[in-house]
Each structure stands twice: as C-alpha cells, then as structure tokens.
Design a protein around this ligand. Structure first.
Ligand SMILES: [Zn+2]
Ligand SMILES: [Zn+2]
Length: 126
C-alpha cells in the first residue's frame, strides 16, 4: 500500500496486540481508531511503533491534502482538542487515522498526563 504523503510504502507493523501500517520513508502511521486506543493501553508501544523523528514528521505535516490509501476518499483534517498543535487526518469511511512521525508519542504522553491530573482531582473530591 502506498503512503498518502510520500512515495514510500506502508508496511504492517505489529507490537503486542497493536497492528498498524507504517511508512518506510516518512514514518507516518496509518492506524484504525480502535487500534489507536489499543496503542494507548499498551505500555511503551509507541516507542516500538512511532520510530520516526518528530523533525521528519513536521516536514510531512505540511502535506495535508491526502486521500485514504484504503478507501481512496479525501481524508478530513482533525485537530486534537487538547493538543492543538497536533493535526491528524482521518477517513470518514473506514475510521483510519494518519499520524506523522512523532505525533503518536506526543498524543499518548499527553493522554496519560491528563489521566493523571484526573486522578488527582478525583482524590481531592472526598
Ligand atoms: Zn510516507
Ligand atoms: Zn479509509
């Protein structure tokens, strides 16, 4: 499967229960939505899967007019509500999300930080 952002090839990568496609050139990641949740649940999974440098990701982040390589439809740009610097492309047909190199790690760490804040708040209530 060809990468929607460059001429690279999307290769299937697996780590524990997580399965996703990663570009061998720009290290962009194409992942199904439920797999993204799985990635967040797996300890350190991002360090095995999101191996591209954030600098490389930033370069490809500028390319935002892409088509889903699975469905061949225009992907929507979505902004992470917490981390507004993270833009992801999402396919309205299959629900897959495309992340540039470094974005998965960024997203996961922020999610965990938020959960931790939530836990502290919960404790204060009683
Ligand atoms: Zn690529
Ligand atoms: Zn799709």
């Amino acid at each position: 499967m060809e990468c929607p952002k460059c001429n690279g090839e999307l290769e299937t990568k697996e780590h524990e229960q997580v399965r996703l496609e990663r570009c061998n050139r720009c290290y962009g990641i194409l992942v199904e939505e439920h797999m993204l949740t799985e990635t967040f649940a797996q300890w350190m999974s991002e360090s095995f899967l999101d191996v591209g440098s954030p600098a490389l990701g930033k370069k490809y982040d500028k390319i935002d007019d892409i088509r889903c390589p699975v469905c061949d439809v225009q992907m929507d740009k979505i902004e992470d509500p917490v981390q507004t610097h993270i833009w992801m492309e999402s396919c309205s047909k299959c629900g897959r999300v495309f992340l540039d190199a470094g974005e998965l790690t960024d997203l996961k760490h922020e999610t965990f930080a938020d959960r931790f804040k939530g836990m502290l708040k919960g404790k204060r209530k009683k």
